[in-house]
Design a binder for this molecule. Structure first.
Ligand code: 13P
Ligand code: SF4
Length: 312
């Protein structure tokens, strides 16, 4: 039996034996996506975590996602194959510094992107994902001044589509901010029938020429339903695995970054820290586990619950 067959078989067996649910983000390695009970975006994964009756949640994604699952399930064991799977957005917005930033804008409420730590969620009024950010923001009275953190690109896109003037924290995603406008234009010139689809964490110059802007699940839906047959993919390349399954016969061209022409450049190194081997060990030993202080957890739960209630 090859290593991959062994891990696949054993992971399936352990999931069943331990009544564990494997949730995976669509930026995960293909082999992990194939093993998952559900593959989705941040909002869909939070919803699945909120509703599960499984005894253990194994989260194949990055830390803030597993942490959100734990906040929604304080009594369940939530495992993450590699606890160091961070996120450039979450890691560069620390609660102490953010509290100082917030204090400079009295009367403002905070909308934080789900790509933040529990510490930031605990001092936020609202949480949103890229799937429901517009709905969440439109639910807030127009005269209420807002701060949006930590993604300045998503924040300025939201300011543009909602007409708000939210104060933005200066954070960005290392994967999406690296997409090259020049290379996008070159690709599009070679393939003008292609539709350009991008995640709103990308820079404004890239968003400006996109045919479709959306979260990973919205991108998948757009491509499934589109009559076009060729797409330039402006998000992490892992999504292509799902696209090839659900929109087979269509062509997917990963958008390169400034650095490189290879597909690997549009990969999130944090997401790829999880491997099938680590997943197997984590299920077998039931570690590493996500642990959160109870007081912090209770505070962080409030804006997450508000978000889930707003966008059912
Ligand atoms: P989605 O919620 O759209 O899947 O985005 C998550 C993410 O980390 C994007 O980089
Ligand atoms: Fe974070 Fe960017 Fe990776 Fe998404 S792709 S998890 S925003 S670093």
């Amino acid at each position: 039996m090859t290593d991959n067959n062994f891990y696949h078989k054993e992971i399936k067996r352990l999931l069943k034996e331990k009544n564990a649910l494997l949730l995976a983000h669509c930026y995960q390695d293909k082999a992990i996506q194939d093993l998952a009970d559900f593959v989705g975006d941040s909002l869909e994964l939070a919803r699945k975590a909120a509703r599960t009756e499984a005894s253990i949640i194994v989260f194949a994604g990055v830390y803030f996602m597993a942490e959100t699952a734990k906040i929604l399930n304080p009594d369940k064991k939530v495992l993450l194959p590699d606890l160091s799977a961070g996120c450039s957005l979450a890691d560069h917005c620390q609660p102490e510094e953010f509290a100082g930033f917030r204090a400079r804008y009295p009367g403002h409420q905070v909308v934080s992107y789900i790509n933040t730590s529990a510490g930031i969620k605990a001092i936020s009024d609202y949480v949103c994902t890229s799937s429901n950010a517009e709905v969440v923001i439109r639910s807030i009275p127009e005269d209420q001044p807002l701060i949006f953190a930590p993604d300045k690109n998503l924040g300025s896109y939201l300011n543009k589509i909602t007409g708000r003037n939210m104060i933005l924290w200066e954070g960005s995603c290392i994967v999406h901010e690296a997409f090259s406008l020049e290379k996008l234009i070159q690709l599009y010139q070679k393939c003008p029938e292609a539709r350009i689809v991008v995640h709103p964490e990308s820079e404004a110059s890239v968003l400006r020429i996109a045919h479709f802007i959306g979260s990973t699940s919205q991108i998948r839906k757009y491509i499934r339903e589109s009559k076009a047959t060729s797409f330039i993919i402006g998000t992490e390349a892992g999504i292509i695995h799902q696209l090839e399954r659900e929109a087979s016969g269509k062509e997917f061209i990963p958008l390169p970054s400034l650095e490189d022409n290879s597909c690997a450049c549009s990969e999130c190194a944090f997401m790829k820290l999880n491997t099938v081997e680590k997943l197997y060990r984590c299920l077998l030993d039931e570690t590493p586990e996500v642990i959160i202080d109870t007081t912090l957890l209770e505070k962080a739960l409030l804006p997450i619950r508000k978000m889930l209630n707003l966008s059912r």
